[in-house]
Design a protein around this ligand. Structure first.
Ligand SMILES: NC(=O)c1ccc[n+]([C@@H]2O[C@H](COP(=O)([O-])OP(=O)(O)OC[C@H]3O[C@@H](n4cnc5c(N)ncnc54)[C@H](O)[C@@H]3O)[C@@H](O)[C@H]2O)c1
Length: 334
């Protein structure tokens, strides 16, 4: 590990851009130097809050010699071209999920990247760096619960994003479930079959043509089975839970709350505080540890994780889930 400070640019000053700016601000080995966003004053506002410069055009980020690394938090349809442009310009890249809009586009990106020497390119599946999920994975890898037989992932958002965001998101499987696909692969390895059900529970989102709820069943190559439950709204808040069941025991990751106080009375017992609110709070440690891992890989020449190949595998599962939900049939994946 070296102490060199990584000079970072953020492309896209929206929700996730602001989350990454916060992770950089709290990191002793990273400095936000540039923010790019073509609309309104988003770039200027985020840059000003962090003592960075602002530009409208992402091309000015790629050309800037003071930028070592680029975090891409622009809308999904722009990811593949911006990853390639940044890598071609000699920048290390942390690209938000999904790495591209489709499997075909992601494979094209992978093959372009294979054609030249470039700095590390990492994909933003931050859950792999969440301390609880990471510890559970370490215990599985150490054989603590034996062979994994079953897994349950619950992932529900407190409220749906605007229809305009959903329109360019690639749909629920590429936008939301993609995190759960990567999480399932993290614990169960490669997946052989996908069965998915889509729901429309939120009338205001009907015009998007996308599902706003989903239940997906995955069967791994090794025979383990995972069930994933997603919803774009959840009255109780940001609901993020996981169970891994193995032959020698089970692991649970529960929702996190600001405190662990419970109120217990004669006819009632319950936790006092609501769940940590949405991804900024729930995964704050994960975004920071993700950044640490990215910086270490750049400074020390190590491997990044997750890779573009992991991003492609998650997209394969997302497209299989879409096909299954639309056709009503299980879909085999190779
Ligand atoms: N890992 C996570 O937890 C997580 C959470 C949220 C979003 N995301 C991903 O991040 C991406 C952005 O999502 P968001 O919720 O922040 O969306 P958002 O709409 O809040 O922000 C996107 C920003 O990109 C800007 N933009 C548009 N065109 C641009 C361009 N050419 N160059 C630079 N910026 C441009 C927009 O003006 C907007 O400010 C999506 O791909 C989404 O899947 C990941």
């Amino acid at each position: 590990m070296t102490d060199k400070t990584l000079r970072v640019a953020i492309i896209g000053a929206g929700r996730i851009g602001r989350v990454h700016a916060q992770a950089i601000a709290s990191h002793p080995r990273a400095q936000l130097v540039l923010v790019s966003d073509p609309f309104g004053t988003a770039a200027e506002d985020l840059a000003a809050a962090h003592g960075a410069r602002a530009v409208k055009d992402a091309a000015d980020v790629f050309a800037d010699p003071e930028v070592d690394a680029v975090i891409i938090g622009s809308p999904t349809p722009l990811h593949a071209e911006q990853v390639l442009a940044a890598a071609r310009a000699g920048k290390a890249v942390l690209c938000e999920k999904p790495v591209a809009s489709s499997v075909a586009e992601a494979r094209e990106l992978e093959s372009e990247l294979a054609g030249f020497e470039h700095k590390p390119v990492m994909v933003g599946f931050q859950r792999r760096y969440d301390p609880s999920i990471k510890k559970a994975r370490d215990l599985v890898a150490a054989g603590e619960i034996g062979r994994v037989e079953q897994m349950t992932i619950q992932s529900r958002d407190p409220a749906a994003p605007p229809a305009s965001y959903i329109a360019s998101s690639g749909g629920i499987f590429k936008d939301c479930t993609i995190h759960d696909f990567d999480q399932a692969r993290f614990f169960m390895g490669d997946i052989a079959e996908v069965t998915a059900f889509g729901q429309n529970n939120i009338p205001q989102l009907a015009e998007t043509g996308d599902f706003d709820g989903a239940v997906v069943v995955l069967r791994s190559v090794d025979g383990a089975v995972a069930s994933i439950t997603n919803n774009r709204h959840c009255a109780a808040g940001y609901d993020q839970r996981m169970e891994v069941h193995g032959e020698d025991g089970s692991l649970f990751v529960d929702n996190l709350r600001p405190t662990s106080v419970t109120v217990n009375k004669k006819d009632f017992s319950a936790a006092q505080d609501p769940y940590l609110d949405y991804f900024l709070e729930r995964y704050a440690d994960a975004y920071r540890d993700e950044l640490t891992s990215f910086i270490d890989a750049i400074n020390d020449g190590g491997e990044v994780s997750p890779t573009v190949a992991d991003g492609i595998e998650a997209l394969v599962l997302a497209e299989a889930a879409e096909e299954s939900a639309r056709s009503g049939r299980p879909v085999r994946v190779s």
